[in-house]
Structures are given as structure tokens and as C-alpha cells.
Design a protein around this ligand. Structure first.
Ligand code: MN
Length: 248
């Protein structure tokens, strides 16, 4: 597992599940405003996956991707470190886009050492182990050979396949029980126990909450990040205190 150390007093912001897309311009506007304001006042911004609704390769220069890269690069240029962990929608974001946007890429999971805190960071989809069909798709999409084959196709074909995949995902999730698509307690506990973390931060489920788990006799807080709908929402962390913020 990737370990990352940050300064004890640093102000950290965590976001995920913006699902930026041409069809939801208000959310893009909220994100650009957030990058120009709240994000300017932190030391490090952590994006824990599904920044974009879909991603078909770093060579896709659609205006949304370019606009977001320029805004992120501006924040990075102002001295804020930006860490990006891929989600299940934008897992193909790679070194090319990271370079343009000033992102440093994080593996999923990643253990963040921050003073006496050890924060386990994940996108969250790997915790949904009860959803067997989803996990089968996930294994395929994360396969290097599958990714190489996908990326070798012309852009229009990749865009079309991404569109089909989103449609299939919508159909699949509409027929599933809610509990199946949530993080599974046994997977949460084994992730916490394996990392020896003091807190777990993830997104993906779109069920923002603060949960308490007792694992191996220790009290561990699990923060589930909120998905974005036209307004900024983030978790702020400093000096061991966490605050969930939702702008209006
Ligand atoms: Mn997700």
C-alpha cells in the first residue's frame, strides 16, 4: 500500500464524486468557484475519484477536460498540492492529464500519515464486495491488457463505448437493492484492520455520513464523502479535527 506523509498542521480538503459532465454545467461552475476560493486556503486537495462522469483517455481534449485541467493547474501553481485517486468512472486518467492539471496520482488505497493520525483513503468501490456483477466488471476494467486494447481504438469509438457502458450501468443499478450497492461491513473492517488506520475516508456510495466502527478494540471513524449537485461539498481536516462542509 502507498504511504504518504503530510505535515501535522496542514489543512487538507477531501472531495469525490463530482461526476463532472457537459450535461451538468452548474456542478462544473461550482467546482471552478471552489478551486478559486476554498481550495486556495488549503495546503493539499485530495480528489478521491469520479471527478469526471467518464474518461476515455488523456488524449480526449474535450473543452470540459481542458477547462478543468487549466483551473487545477492554476491552483497547483499557487502552491496547493493536488492528489488524485481514480474512481470507477475516471480510472483511465493517467500521467498525461496529471501533468497538464498539476495532479500527483495516488494508488487506491493509500495511507496518509498526518501527525498521530493515519487516514486510510479509498475511492470506495472496492468496499462494495456484495455487488458481485459490479466487482466482475471492475476487475475487467482495471485489467492492464483490457485498458491497452481500449485505448488503442480511435476516440469516437471509445466515446461511443463509454456512452454504452454508462447506459448499462444505469440499467444495472436501477435493478439492484440499495444494500447491495453500499460498502460491506466485513470489507470495511478488514480494510481498517489491515491498514491500522485511525480514520477511513472514501466516497463512491453517494451516502455522505460519519460512521463509527470498533475494530480490534479501537474506535475508528469512517467519513463517507458526499457527491456533488451544483454546490461544493467537502471534508476539511486539520490538527486531527474533521469538518464536513456543504456550501449552498
Ligand atoms: Mn464511484
Amino acid at each position: 500500500m502507498l504511504h504518504l506523509e503530510v505535515g501535522a498542521g496542514e489543512r487538507l480538503l477531501f472531495i469525490s464524486d463530482l461526476h463532472l459532465c457537459e450535461s451538468r454545467p452548474a456542478t462544473t461552475a461550482a467546482f471552478l468557484a471552489f478551486l478559486g476560493d476554498e481550495a486556495r486556503r488549503c495546503d493539499q486537495l485530495f480528489i478521491l475519484g469520479d471527478l469526471f462522469e467518464y474518461w476515455v483517455g488523456d488524449d480526449d481534449d474535450r473543452p470540459l477536460a481542458v477547462t478543468v485541467a487549466e483551473a487545477l493547474a492554476g491552483l497547483h501553481g499557487d502552491g496547493v498540492a493536488i492528489r488524485f485517486m481514480a474512481g470507477n468512472r475516471d480510472f483511465l486518467i493517467a500521467a498525461g492529464y496529471a501533468e497538464r492539471a498539476g495532479l500527483s496520482l495516488l494508488d487506491d488505497p493509500c495511507l496518509l500519515h498526518c501527525g498521530s493520525d493515519r487516514l486510510l483513503l479509498m475511492h470506495g468501490d472496492s468496499l462494495c464486495v456484495d455487488d458481485l456483477p459490479y466487482q466482475a466488471v471492475r476487475a475487467q476494467l482495471r485489467d492492464r491488457d483490457w485498458q491497452r486494447q481500449f485505448l488503442s481504438q480511435p476516440l469516437p469509438e471509445r466515446r461511443q463505448q463509454a456512452q454504452q457502458a454508462r447506459e448499462m450501468s444505469r440499467q444495472a443499478t436501477s435493478g439492484k437493492a440499495d444494500a447491495i450497492m453500499d460498502a460491506t461491513p466485513s470489507a470495511i473492517e478488514s480494510a481498517i484492520a489491515g491498514a491500522g488506520c485511525t480514520a477511513l475516508i472514501h466516497g463512491h456510495t453517494h451516502r455522505p455520513a460519519r460512521h463509527h466502527h470498533i475494530v480490534a478494540g479501537r474506535d475508528v471513524t469512517r467519513w463517507v464523502l458526499a457527491d456533488w449537485h451544483e454546490h461544493a461539498t467537502y471534508l476539511a481536516w486539520q490538527h486531527g479535527d474533521a469538518t464536513a462542509v456543504a456550501s449552498s
